[in-house]
Design a protein around this ligand. Structure first.
Ligand code: ZN
Length: 446
């Protein structure tokens, strides 16, 4: 997803208010005055605890992988309009030494091309949304088969292998059945999951054939109550995870055992999988804990560019240092209690924050007076204690913080250059034009 517009608005926008008649109201004048009043000495009302980062003796990570995705729905001009959703995800590797030679503000296109050549993989798929029927079966079955085929065919099945690697803990000496999931035919829960390494099986209740790719639960995003783009956004999110973990899996199995640990893996967005997709979260946590235990820690960071954490940070980012360029960065790791109390203001909820859905914990980082980010970093096993996590719980936080300053873009506020590059590959602008897509729908679905 693209970076939003910055908050440092031009002065022009404010002066336009002066032309509005309503500004003559004393009540409105008082409101505007209050809104604009600068309060430099006011303390941070959320009492966030910031720590100055000291990079001395901390070795930055030498290469960076970034993953991002996007989706778009396209309608045909026929009546009734046919509609499909295109989903695209991209995975990109950047050599930090080569990246350092590029001007982050005005990257030279040829240099950029050089850095990117042979270093990006993208995955694309298309799903029927409305008024499309193929001779093979209903939309529901079409989507199930498209999901399976897309994962199995692309990159010779590398992403599909990663799904198996996570589902069956194939990194472990003790492999397990897949997580439990709902049968796409009779909707009964298949409690035992699929047996180790299986690609399909039969539902014990109705006997129907179920695929391993039914396990994440895309079919549940197709019920009548779901938003029309729920399937496309879920597929994008799951594929972002599978692509990132494909890079991790390949490095993990590499004969050079230092490769995986010496790399920064960046995911656009939070390290979160919600609703039915959260069944993959315990698998991911288990692997990251295992990697930590065998002294091969993985460095993964997610960046949230919108939402409650982003808005909260924007409201308090002026309080902590650095207050001038060149000062060291500072960061604040958010405990579960702090998130509940200050970000969501719902301290009484029963489950600790992120228990089921998050495989990374939250922190704020401020790099210079105008650059701050909401980051997610994994801990491995989840600790439900309200006072956790602390900085030492976050895997490899020091090396991550030592690496990020060299990746900051100056094109967008608070942006990371590798995500920008991945976004460029995964974005709508690199889809064929809507006209071509429309002809695609009209030509293939008669
Ligand atoms: Zn069944």
């Amino acid at each position: 997803m693209p970076y939003g517009q910055g908050t440092r608005l031009p002065g022009e926008a404010a002066s336009k208010l002066g032309h509005l008649a309503v500004v003559k109201s004393d009540w409105v004048k008082a409101l505007v005055k209050e809104f604009e009043a600068a309060k430099p000495n006011e303390p941070d009302p959320s009492s966030t605890v910031w720590t100055t980062f000291n990079p001395d003796g901390v070795r930055p990570l030498s290469r960076v992988w970034a993953v991002d995705g996007s989706f778009v729905s396209v309608q045909s001009e026929q009546k009734p309009p046919r509609e499909v959703a295109f989903v695209k995800t991209a995975l990109l590797v950047v050599d930090r030494a080569r990246l350092d030679t590029i001007d982050k503000e005005h990257p030279h296109p040829l240099l950029l091309q050089d850095v990117l050549t042979g270093s990006a993989v993208f995955h694309a798929s298309v799903f029927p949304l409305k008024n499309i029927r193929t001779p093979l079966g209903s939309n529901y079955d079409a989507v199930r088969h498209i999901v399976r085929d897309s994962m199995q065919i692309d990159e010779d099945g590398a992403f599909y292998e990663t799904l198996k690697w996570l589902a069956y803990k194939k990194w472990s000496t003790q492999q397990v059945n897949s997580p439990a999931f709902n049968c796409p035919h009779c909707h009964a829960e298949i409690l035992a999951g699929l047996p180790v390494d299986a690609e399909e099986g039969n539902c014990p209740k109705c006997g129907g054939i179920v695929f391993l790719t039914d396990m994440p639960g895309f079919h549940l995003s197709m019920d009548e109550d779901s938003a029309p783009d729920a399937l496309a956004s879920a597929y994008m999110l799951v594929m972002e995870h599978l692509m990132l973990f494909t890079a991790i899996r390949i490095f993990w199995d590499h004969s050079d055992k230092t490769l995986a640990t010496d790399t920064l893996f960046i995911k656009d967005g939070p390290l979160t999988l919600r609703s039915q997709y959260s069944k993959l979260v315990p698998r991911i946590r288990d692997f990251l804990e295992h990697a930590k235990q065998v002294q091969r820690p993985l460095h993964i960071v997610g960046q949230e560019k919108s939402g409650a954490f982003f808005d909260h940070l924007a409201s308090i980012a002026r309080f902590p240092p650095p207050h001038a360029r060149g000062e060291p960065l500072s960061y604040a790791v958010l405990s579960h209690d702090h998130v509940r109390r200050e970000v969501y203001r719902s301290p009484d909820l029963q489950n600790p924050y992120g228990l089921k859905t998050n495989w990374g914990e939250k922190l704020f980082a401020k790099f210079d007076p105008g650059t701050y980010m909401v980051l997610n970093v994994p801990t491995g096993t989840y600790n439900p204690d309200g006072s956790r996590p602390t900085a030492t719980d976050l895997i490899g936080l020091g090396r991550i913080l030592a690496t990020l300053p060299s990746l900051i873009s100056h094109k967008h506020e608070g942006a990371l250059f590798p995500i920008e590059l991945a976004n460029g590959i995964a974005s709508m602008s690199s889809y064929p034009s809507a006209r071509v897509l429309q002809r695609f729908i009209e030509g293939t679905s008669k």
